[in-house]
Design a protein around this ligand. Structure first.
Ligand SMILES: *[C@@H]1O[C@H](CO)[C@@H](O)[C@H](O)[C@H]1NC(C)=O
Length: 522
């Protein structure tokens, strides 16, 4: 009898496990690498048997039957062409490290996404129900308000190494004494100056966020999300209640790629989930090229946003001259044809990066160092030359250098000599290759593949009603309690009382002495 009961319970548990859920997944940023991360979240959930509504600027034709796409390709209107132009970057005409500009852009993106008629239709449909909302975190907390509409758990996906701002949404900020900002290239241990500038950056940015920016975002959430709450007869909660309500952060990070930092229980590092463990076979022509590359092949790609054709002509010719003198074959992802190409240089407009990096004859990857590219180099164990251009690429490359599998070459008009020296060093010195192989082993040595972990934790959040047990108690502890400022105040008060008491008693004692003396004289 007991055995039957056990079996029935097990079956019930199993049928519960394989229940299909409905997810709203939001990746509004019109950038290819962001779409790779978003569409792979969607694919893993679909493969696990769930239904997904996907807010995306890159809708595909003939989608999976359980996938509904909400086309937000009009978000491309926000991406200015010069954002991604190499020559403009070389001339210092634009800077990506301007936080105000970035924050403003993220707010425009939120408004444009939510106001998109395709999205508005779903948000305004009171028959829609979701088991969880998953959204990309890009320096804007507003998306958490969308889960409030559907009264369901909310999950962030952070595309970068754990950033102190997102950690402060589920736990607390990291300590700037030993954790750099994701956009800084300093690497601990820090000297005095680095520690102080890290602290200043964090203090100024926190003050800006809490005193000013959160108010702006709250206004936008009220304006854009409020009406949907009113429509459903719900009150509009204070914004902090919404933005501090995330159940989980899925992080596109891993210790083998970034830093070993302390993480709360509801932060799950799942870097590499976008890479299919079964690498697609190479197209025939590329396969031949790689198979025949006796001295190895160097793969050169500046990612999907930066167009190599925006490179100034002098640089282009100089790079070609360097490649011509190499024994190795070079595969350059470049958007335009080049006349008089050296015999060992091959241009492709499109490159199956994973399949190329997976080939044993690929010996070096020259990259801008976007997070996906540095993940892929460690996944496939290939050393790199990094030419960072903006955003987190600088710190990605800096870390790869400090970990010993990369050489950095700053983008400039005079980079050619350094570029040549870097290629020679990377090819002739085996230490870069050995180091990346070692890290690759650490990266792959996990109890389950990252895609399995992604699905598991998302389902766990739904199964446990928002996973309140994973939440950090730090979230509800005010600053003065965290740093024991109240205790400090008590101690200061006691010391004050003691000092005053001591002074008073000394004075009384002195007075008494004087009186005694007077009495004696008399
Ligand atoms: C907070 O999250 C829970 C689920 O974890 C959800 O039911 C609730 O509506 C959320 N509250 C707000 C204010 O968003």
């Amino acid at each position: 009898m007991a055995r039957w009961l056990g079996l029935i319970l097990a079956l019930a548990a199993f049928s519960n496990l394989s229940e299909a859920y409905r997810f709203l997944v939001i990746f509004p940023l019109p950038g290819k690498s962001h779409n790779i991360l978003g569409s792979n979240v969607v694919n893993h959930l679909l493969q696990a048997g769930h239904e997904v509504t996907f807010v995306t600027p890159f809708p595909v034709k003939n989608p999976h039957p359980n996938l509904q796409q909400l086309d937000v390709s009009s978000n491309f209107e926000l991406m200015k062409e010069e954002f991604m132009n190499v020559t403009a970057l070389l001339n210092n005409e634009i800077s990506f490290n301007n936080p105000i500009m970035m924050f403003q852009f993220t707010n425009d993106l939120f408004a444009k996404t939510v106001e998109n008629p395709n999205v508005a239709k779903v948000l305004g449909d009171t028959n829609q129900k979701f088991d969880a909302v998953i959204a990309e975190w890009m320096y804007n907390d507003a998306y958490s308000g969308i889960a409030t509409i559907f009264d369901c758990p909310f999950i962030w996906l952070s595309t970068i190494d754990p950033h102190w701002i997102i950690l402060s949404l589920i736990d607390e900020s990291t300590n700037p004494a030993y954790v750099p900002d994701s956009l800084s290239s300093s690497i601990p241990p820090f000297n005095f100056k680095q520690r102080v500038s890290g602290l200043l950056l964090q203090l100024v940015a926190s003050a800006f966020k809490t005193l000013y920016w959160n108010g702006v975002v709250e206004g936008e959430v009220r304006r854009l999300i409020g009406p949907y709450l009113v429509q459903r007869g719900k009150p509009i909660p204070p914004f902090l209640e919404v933005s501090h309500n995330a159940s989980l952060v899925l992080g596109n990070s891993h210790v083998s790629l970034g830093q070993s930092i302390r993480l709360p229980q509801n932060y799950k590092p799942i870097a590499g989930y976008h890479i299919n463990p079964k690498v697609a076979p190479l197209p025939e022509d590329l396969k031949k090229l790689l198979d025949n590359a006796k001295n190895g092949l160097i793969y050169f790609s500046m990612g999907s946003n930066l167009k190599s054709k925006d490179l100034p002509d002098d640089l282009k010719q100089g790079i070609l001259k360097i490649f011509r003198d190499l024994k190795q074959t070079v595969l350059w992802k470049f958007e335009e044809a080049i006349p008089n190409l050296p015999k060992n240089v091959h241009i492709v407009q499109w490159a199956p990066q994973h399949s190329i990096l997976a080939h044993p004859n690929c010996i070096l990857f020259i990259t801008h160092g976007g997070l996906l590219s540095t993940t892929e180099t460690v996944h496939f164990g290939k050393p790199i030359i990094g030419i960072p251009v903006f955003g987190d690429q600088f710190v990605n490359i800096e870390r790869a250098v400090s970990r010993g599998f990369a050489i950095k070459v700053p983008l400039s008009y005079t980079m050619l000599d350094e570029f040549k020296a870097a290629i020679d060093e990377a090819i002739s010195n085996p230490k870069y290759k050995n180091k990346v192989k070692e890290l690759s082993e650490i990266y792959h040595d996990r109890p389950v593949p990252p895609s399995k972990e992604l699905v598991h934790w998302v389902e766990h959040v739904v199964r446990t009603g928002g996973a309140p047990h994973l939440r950090s108690p730090a979230l509800n502890v005010p600053c003065y309690q965290k740093y024991y400022l109240d205790l400090l105040a008590v101690i200061a008060a006691i010391i004050l009382v003691l000092v005053v008491a001591l002074k008073l008693s000394l004075r009384v004692l002195r007075c008494n002495k004087k009186q005694n003396l007077k009495k004696k004289k008399n």
